[in-house]
Design a protein around this ligand. Sequence first.
Ligand code: DI6
Ligand code: FE
Length: 418
Amino acid sequence: MNLPRSIWLHCKVATLQAGIAQPYGLIQDAALVASRGTLQWVGPRSDLPAEWLASCTQTGDVHDAQGALITPGLMDCHTHLVYGGNRAGEFEQRLNGASYEDIARAGGGIASTVNATRDATEAGLLEQSKPRLLALLAEGVTTIEIKSGYGLALEHERKTLRVARALGAAHPVTVQTTFLGAHAVPPEFEGRADAYVDEVVRMLPLLHAEGLVDAVDAFCERIGFSVAQTERVFQAAQALGLPVKLHAEQLSDSGGAELAARYKAISCDHLEWLSDSGVKAMAQAGTTAVLLPGAFYFLRETRLPPIAQLRAAGVPMAISTDCNPGSSPCTSLLLMLNMACTLFRLTPEEALAGVTRNAARALGLKDRGVLAAGMRADFVLWDVQSPAELSYAFGRNPRLQTVFGGLPPKGEEAGAAV
Ligand code: DI6
Ligand code: FE
């Protein structure tokens, strides 16, 4: 069959394929062939079938990558990108001596983001969130997860998830939505967390029926929801056949990871206080660990996630921005690569796998994260000599071009961002 093809030549390709023995699954002088948004072939240039090159030359579908490094499109697998307002004022007050409690009493903290999110119209929330998405796209992100969790009432959770979907429809990026109704207890349910969990369980099927929910998350923590409350949310998700993930062991060891493993969670995220039994449970369940160095940095945490244990147990590790106004106001996934190495001591190869192959696992997506035949044609051309440079330099964006679903983006997402 004569499929319409596009070929990229003169490139190094970090395939991230586990089956290729080189670090990063690297192919030095590579060629990459895409057809109808899917990769058809990736391999050494010398193995590229001559007739494909001849026919693509005729149709003008040969792209010269001019020596660029090509990686899979980056995936930011844990964000709270859609929210109203920001908390810069609170940041400033804290650095001028106010305590967290003073701020909370004055209506600050997470409650202030809930108010600002509720006050925003759908269009306004979209406008506020779009620059954050564009910043991530400028660094080669082609898939992003966006959680709700600052609405905390049906209409406002719906609005948040609709904005997430609208961002995906308007930009060259796949948006995976996660319902995080159990993020915090809203003011109208103060002191009645169980009653609020009833409300979360009521909201979920309604939002799911509107096509707004791809996965379900909860904040299982002393200052969030108990293991028992989290389990009720998971049961509701399970009843709908939705995958679960969990904010677990961020500030204390609550046993959330073990619970999540029992529900075959696709990911457990944060994990600074993860215990040995939590590591074991995650390994047995095939749950991916999502590490969030931006939150660790911004909250000035000192306890590291148990990287060596996760590695030894073979738990896949993903890396993400946790983009949110309270603990990680960050829109740079490249900076997270650097911080994963400097703060968590991941290798640059583990860090890159964390925003590609393992980020795909954390989202339960099997069609992306590595460059191989049959995968989506989402990839990025970088002005670097070696993949380690992506983790090494911080504050520089060496992206040359993104290809999303086989097509170079146009308009505001296009162009070099060096
Ligand atoms: N963990 C966090 O660090 C953020 N949410 C969560 O579940 C904090 C959210 C905020 O302060 O706005
Ligand atoms: Fe988070």
